[in-house]
Design a protein around this ligand. Structure first.
Ligand code: NAP
Ligand code: GCO
Length: 265
């Protein structure tokens, strides 16, 4: 009986995976047998990422590519197909957030978040689909968010993008399921990475950041999640164990979406 969670022989492209959530998903994929390919927008970050992977014993393949630039993405996918092989698994992980009250947010700031967090996954998915369609198999995993379901102050652009990404996930499922391509989302809760570091900073008086206390009260386990905790769910969605799962967003949030929150003492 073959191991349904194995990624042996598979080539995985994880966008924006020099560090953070993407890097941890790539580590889990490697442990399951996949070949790791990633991109970042600057050569120095690709080099930094390659060194980090090497420290983990992973011979990754890194490419400089801005996911919002369709010409760069098409060129990168062409190079990967020539130099590494055809992509079996795509994780649309690259993303940014801008925390600005909506009435103060510039149009360009809103647009930048939409471009990276929503248009980027469209561009990269479009670039890998033809090969997946021809080979009649493929896995696309979009990194969604709590903001695919919930809003909060200052994250209007991000919530609009991640809400759209949830529906893009469902639409790719609907349009390409007949090619044996599964497209699912992972909705992380609050994860301790550089993206959320500003929400966890110790205050000048030495106290915890109010948001840090807030989110721990909203998480049943009472803690931030570690990026490594996304590895198992990602391997599941990248493997044949999930061939009958399509159009689903798997929330890896420690139970935030199920919990009204701890009553303040
Ligand atoms: P992160 O630490 O800020 O890393 C984001 C990565 O995306 C970086 O490597 C960044 O590269 C890359 N990136 C940004 N813009 C790019 C572009 N235009 N083209 C290519 N790469 C680009 O973020 P993270 O916390 O690991 O989050 C990763 C994903 O998970 C994001 O989609 C985020 O929205 C989502 N997410 C995060 C959390 C959380 O709590 N951390 C929760 C839910 C969802 P540079 O270093 O060059 O900027
Ligand atoms: C924020 C956080 C969140 C997380 C994540 C939650 O400012 O609220 O950055 O948006 O990044 O998306 O799932």
């Amino acid at each position: 009986m073959t191991n349904p969670f194995s990624l042996e022989g598979k080539i995985a492209l994880i966008t924006g995976a020099s560090y953070g959530i993407g890097f941890n998903i790539a580590k889990a994929f490697h442990a399951a047998g996949a070949t790791i390919v990633f991109n970042d927008i600057k050569q120095e970050l690709v080099d930094k990422g390659l060194a980090s992977y090497k420290e983990e014993g992973i011979e990754a393949h890194g490419y400089v590519c801005d996911v919002t630039n369709e010409a760069q993405v098409q060129e990168m996918v062409g190079k990967i197909e020539k130099e590494v092989g055809e992509i079996d698994i795509l994780v649309n992980n690259a993303g940014i957030i801008k925390r600005i009250p909506m009435h103060e947010m510039k149009r360009e700031e809103f647009q930048q978040v939409i471009d990276i967090d929503l248009v980027g996954p469209f561009i990269v998915s479009k670039a890998v689909l033809p090969s997946m369609m021809r080979r009649r198999h493929g896995k696309i995993i979009n990194i969604c968010s709590m903001m695919s379901e919930l809003g909060r102050e200052t994250v209007s652009a991000y919530a609009a993008a991640k809400g759209g990404l949830k529906m893009l996930t469902r639409n790719i499922c609907s349009e390409y399921g007949e090619y044996n391509i599964q497209c699912n989302g992972i909705g992380p809760g609050y994860i301790a990475t550089p993206q959320t570091a500003p929400l966890r900073e110790t205050q000048p008086d030495g106290s915890r950041h109010p948001f840090d206390s807030f989110i721990c009260a909203k998480t049943p386990a009472g803690r931030w999640l570690d990026p490594s905790e996304l590895g198992g769910p990602a391997v599941f969605l990248a493997s044949s164990a999930s061939d009958a799962v399509n159009g689903h967003v798997l929330y890896v949030d420690g139970g935030i979406l199920a919990y009204i929150g701890k009553q303040p003492k």
